[in-house]
Each structure stands twice: as C-alpha cells, then as structure tokens.
Write a protein that binds this ligand. Structure first.
Ligand code: ATP
Ligand code: MG
Length: 608
C-alpha cells in the first residue's frame, strides 16, 4: 500500500477528548475517529490490526476444536425473560440497548449471547453423542455502558470474540475450560501482550469458576492483587486475604455511652479519642433495588479499618433475596436526604450501631420496613468494640455482640487490600498492580440450560440440562491495550504479529530518481515475499515521514535516501530505535527471517 493512497491524517497535538496514551495515539496516528459517545469508526489501519488479532484468535480456537458461527445481534426479549435477565439488563443500571419493532415486540441489541446460543443448543443438541461442542463468533457487541471512556477500552459498540461450550458432564466442561485457558494464553502471547490470569467475579453472567486475563498497564481500570510467590492472583472485586490483626479493646465490664459530637467518621473518632480503627465497628447503610420493585435497606457491619467490597455484598444479597424478589438491579449507599424524602427522620446517620432498630424505617413511603443485616468476619470476630449508639452525637464503648443477641452470621464482605497477608500462605503479602481485562472465561454450569430447557439424553437414556462454559475476548479493547503496553514518546510500537503493516519503505526525497526507483523495487520485492509493506511515496520532507512512521508504529523502517545511488539503505527497528546500513541486496535476507520470528509473537526484545 502507498501512504499517498492511505487517507492518512495524523495529528501533531494530543486531542482534548483523550486521557490515556493509547487513546491519544490511536487518534493522532489515524487509527480511529470518534463518531459519538463510546462509538468509534475503525479506520483502515485499525481494521487491519483487528483482522490480524481476529486471525490469531481464529487459529487458536480452531486448533482447540471450536467451530465458528455468527449469531443474530437482534435478540427477542422473550429469550432474556426466560433466562431471567431481561429486567437486570434493561432496568436500573442495565446495559442492554433495547427497542420495539413495528409489531410492538421487544428486542435487545446483543451485549452477549448466552440466551441465543442456549436456545439453539436446546433445538440442536439432543444426545450425549453430539457432545462436547464449542461454538464461537467474532462480532460487534452493544452495551449502553454507564461510563464509556478511554476510546476502544470501554465502547458502547465494540468487537468481541465470544465462545460457548456444551457438555454432558462437569468434568468435560472443566477439561474444555482448561483448554480455553491454554488457548487464551497462546493468543495473548502471540499478540505480543504481557497478560496475567486472575480469579474473577462471575458477575451478571452467573455460574461458578471464572478467570480474567489482564494486560498489565498503569492505566488499567482493574486492580489486581497478587502474591509474590505467583500462587494467587485475583481481581480486587473477588480477592480474599487475611485482615490485619485487630488491637483488642481494653476490657470493660459494661458498655458505656460517651459523647462524640460531630464525630461521624472513623478518622475523626480515632483522632479525638486516641482509638485504633480496628477497635471500632463501622456500620454502613445501603439501599438495594430488586426486579419486583422491592427497595431494601441494607445494614452492613465491618471492622473500622476495613472497606466494603460492593461486589461481594451484591452477591450475598442476591443469594439471600433473588429467589423471591428477582434480579438485584442496583445497590447504592443510602444518603440522609433520600431518607428525608421517604419521610424518615429517625435514622442517626454517622452514629449507627449494628442494633439499629427496624422501627426507624416505619412510616417510610416505599422502602421495606426492616433491614437486611450483614456482617463481615472482621466485625463478628471482635470481642468488644466501639460503635455508634444509634443516637446523634453518641457512641458506645465496650459494646459486645452478646448484648445484641449474639454475633450475626458473617460473610466475606471486605475488600482485600495490597499489603494484606494471603490466605494460602500468611507469609505471602498481596501486591497491587493495574490491569486491562482483555478476556474472561467462565464455567457457567447449568444455569442457562435449566432456565431455557436445553436438555440432552445422557448415556442412561435420562434427560438432563447441558453443562455450559463461555469465553470472551475483547478484540477491539485488546488492540488498544497493545498500544497501552507498547508505545514511547514518539508513538506506537506495535508487536509485529498485530501491526497493520510490518515494514514501511520511506523514500527520503521523491524528487530523486534513484531513490524512487530503488524504493519501488524493494517495495515490490517485499510484497512478493508476502510482507505487509507500506511505501511512503508522499512529497513530504523526510523528517515528517520518519515522524509519521514512528507515530504509526510500523515495526521496521527501510529508508531509501542518499545511499540509493550506491544501492545502500538504512534499516531501523521501531521498538529499539536501532539502525543499520546495509545493501539493498541484503535487505530481504536480513529482514525475512526476523519477521518470521516476530510473526509468531516471540517477546519483543527491547520493547518499551
Ligand atoms: P468490564 O468488567 O470491563 O465491563 P465485562 O466483565 O462486563 O467487562 P465480559 O462480559 O466478560 O466483560 O466481556 C468479555 C470481554 O469483552 C471483556 O473481557 C472485555 O475485554 C471486552 N469488553 C467488555 N465490555 C467492553 C466494552 N464496553 N468495550 C470494549 N470491550 C469490552
Ligand atoms: Mg468480564
């Protein structure tokens, strides 16, 4: 391809709309353009990158025995109602775009495809003899994200590879899950990415085990907690750890109420009274909204130094209430003015104790008149503690669970933190790093097959629901994650395996006959040898063209300049900046073996 025909528009300055390096660079180098919030055009250069990533994905999945298919993006509401996910995906913080057709039937634009594929499986898979099968597609997904941002990282329309497997038993599911894990590792390695596998929360998709693949990067939205020994790594949403030891509270025969005017935070209380945060009980008030309309006040006790993990609380709440009240639609901290709007004045915000009476909810307009109470293990483990006295400007010192009728059943609700000791080995400490989630694999079990009645006849002639797994890769997010991991001050440094072009031949001065002639010859020679090559034939200054080639991130640059008359060219490696002069004759034999290696995704030697 000739750069003069590439519709290349590069920007010198950082666009105001972009915050992180990869987003800025993709815009500046002419890979993407924003069309609307979370909606991007993939320009020809990026499309080539996406095609290369998809090709790697296809090769590895085909090798693992998966079959490619293409499922509809328009999905009837009825399928989602049968799985029980319609309300969760369309109401509250639901992310499914949905619409009504001319007959008044409701449809959703596919954010994911468990429902569609399970309906197909129920139709097509009848006997254990057909199992296992694994189907995948590479397709545009739609999600009305609450906060679309960072360009392709969190789009409202993006490209995903999603795969779904069906099995006669759990062992077989686990085997395929393991094969997909291996295939994913190869895919990311071949794409030149440093990625780590971490334990993950299964979220709205449901099911049991799940694992995310994170591209490590400072700008990543996810916090990864990992042990130094490499034996444990998890997304913070899911991570477990041992909490630091508490400082026991001096024994006192009875609890005493003391004045704590205006001291509504753990910090303020510790500062005023010289307490340690681990001696306090933190009582949080939240409001959960369920599918059937239930608005449920939730009271959570944690030890004073601990933070609530809302994902863990959502899971615990769903376990307790979803069977009766449907999907948990959202969960938010409850603020004093919302209580006032309910007509509830009696809640002593800032001074809550775990024994706060349900009576404070009486007379509310729409909330359930009793609390759902939860406690983290760090709270229930306390023998004696300081907590709010349920009375403005008062706390209780030396409170004990016995006085409240015994410690409540505890759940793990605390957020694991960097520096915490590990559960598998307390001598190991959790360390934090940031990651971009590029893939997620799940053992779904029988949740969808049961809901959508996708059954098969087993070896004994008995019908039972299919076992399922599902496996996603964010193809467009992966492209940007690669830039986030591989760039420098001058631009992108694509790993060769996914670079839009592998080599750019730059004519230093298009007015020089000898340069044009040699460059054209090398360009054609490389094309014939199967190299993805660009020819920068623009009538620009050489410096401009060098800058553009660096911004674009083409792995190898061949400069045809003054030496052309003597058959000499310069070869520059983008990631290391290393230059070498060589004869045009030697170019092919130097470059081709190197490209062969790089296409297989060997780690970039000196990549930034
Ligand atoms: P996230 O937690 O980042 O919102 P998710 O867990 O909802 O993602 P999955 O349902 O697991 O995402 O989707 C599979 C993959 O699709 C993710 O691992 C991610 O790489 C990609 N992906 C998800 N949402 C987006 C998005 N809005 N834009 C781009 N890629 C996305
Ligand atoms: Mg995910």
């Amino acid at each position: 391809m000739r750069v003069s025909r590439l519709m290349l528009v590069t920007l010198r300055d950082d666009p105001a709309e972009a915050e992180i390096a990869s987003h800025k660079l993709l815009l500046r180098a002419g890979y993407i353009r924003r069309i609307g919030s979370g909606i991007y055009a993939y320009l020809p250069l990026l499309w080539r990158v996406l095609q290369k990533i998809s090709a790697v994905v296809r090769e590895e999945l085909n090798a693992a025995g998966a079959l490619e298919t293409l499922l509809p993006q328009l999905q009837p509401a009825e399928l989602w109602q049968r799985s029980g996910r319609w309300a969760g995906y369309t109401d509250g913080e639901g992310i499914m775009f949905h619409l009504e057709d001319r007959q008044g039937r409701e449809l959703g634009l596919g954010p994911t495809h468990e429902e569609v594929i399970t309906a197909l499986a129920s139709d097509l898979l009848r006997s254990y003899r057909q199992l296992p099968v694994n189907l995948y597609q590479v397709q545009t997904k739609f999600r009305d994200e609450i906060r679309p941002r960072f360009g392709l990282m969190r789009g409202r329309e993006f490209i995903m590879k999603d795969a779904y497997s069906f099995h006669a038993n759990e062992d077989c599911l686990k085997q395929t899950y393991g094969q997909m894990d291996q295939a994913y590792r190869r895919i990311f390695q071949r794409c030149g990415l440093r990625a780590v596998a971490v334990e993950a929360d299964s979220g709205a998709i449901g099911g049991s085990a799940s694992q995310e693949f994170m591209v490590t990067a400072e700008s990543g939205e996810d916090l990864i907690l990992a042990a130094g020994d490499g034996r444990y790594a998890a997304n913070q949403e899911r991570a477990v750890s041992l909490a630091p030891q508490a400082q026991p509270l001096e024994a006192a025969p009875t609890a005493a109420r003391i004045p704590t005017p205006g001291q509504t935070s753990i910090d303020a209380l510790c500062e005023a009274h010289g307490w340690h945060p681990t001696q306090l009980l933190k009582v949080l008030l939240l409001l959960a909204r369920f599918e059937d309309g239930l608005q449920q006040p939730v009271l959570v006790s944690l030890r004073g130094d601990q933070q609530l993990n809302e994902v863990k609380l959502s899971n615990a709440l769903s376990l307790r209430l979803a069977a009766e009240h449907g999907t948990l639609l959202d969960l938010q901290p409850l603020l004093p003015d919302e209580a006032a709007k309910q007509g509830l004045q009696a809640i002593p915000f800032g001074f809550l104790g775990p024994d706060l009476s349900d009576a404070v909810l009486l007379g509310g307009k729409s909330w359930a008149p009793r609390f759902e109470r939860f406690a983290d293990g760090t709270a229930t483990d306390l023998k004696a503690f300081i907590c709010g006295a349920n009375q403005r400007d008062e706390h209780c010192v030396g409170a004990r669970w016995e006085a409240f009728g015994g410690a409540p059943i505890s759940d793990d609700l605390r957020a694991a933190q960097p520096g915490d000791r590990c559960v598998h080995d307390p001598s190991q400490i959790l360390e934090a790093s940031r990651g971009i989630e590029v893939g997620h694999i799940f053992q779904l079990g029988r949740k969808y097959s049961t809901a959508l009645e996708a059954t098969f006849t087993n070896e004994s002639g008995v019908e039972e629901p299919l076992w399922m797994g599902c496996y996603g890769i964010g193809v467009s997010r992966l492209a940007q994650a690669a830039v986030e991991q591989h760039h420098d001050a001058n631009g992108i440094c694509w790993p060769t395996a996914i670079a839009p072009y592998e080599v750019i031949v730059v004519i230093a001065n298009v007015k020089e006959e000898a340069q044009v002639e040699l460059a054209e010859r090398l360009y054609n020679q490389l094309r014939l040898a199967g190299v993805d090559v660009l020819l920068d034939d623009r009538p620009e200054r050489a410096g401009v063209k060098f800058k553009d080639s660096e911004l674009l991130g083409i792995p190898w640059r061949v400069v045809v300049g003054r030496g052309a008359a003597d058959g000499q060219v310069e070869l520059v490696q983008r990631c290391s900046g290393e230059k070498q002069d060589l004869s045009a004759e030697a170019l092919e034999s130097t470059l081709l073996p190197q490209l062969q290696l790089e296409r297989r995704g060997i780690p970039l030697a000196e990549a930034p």
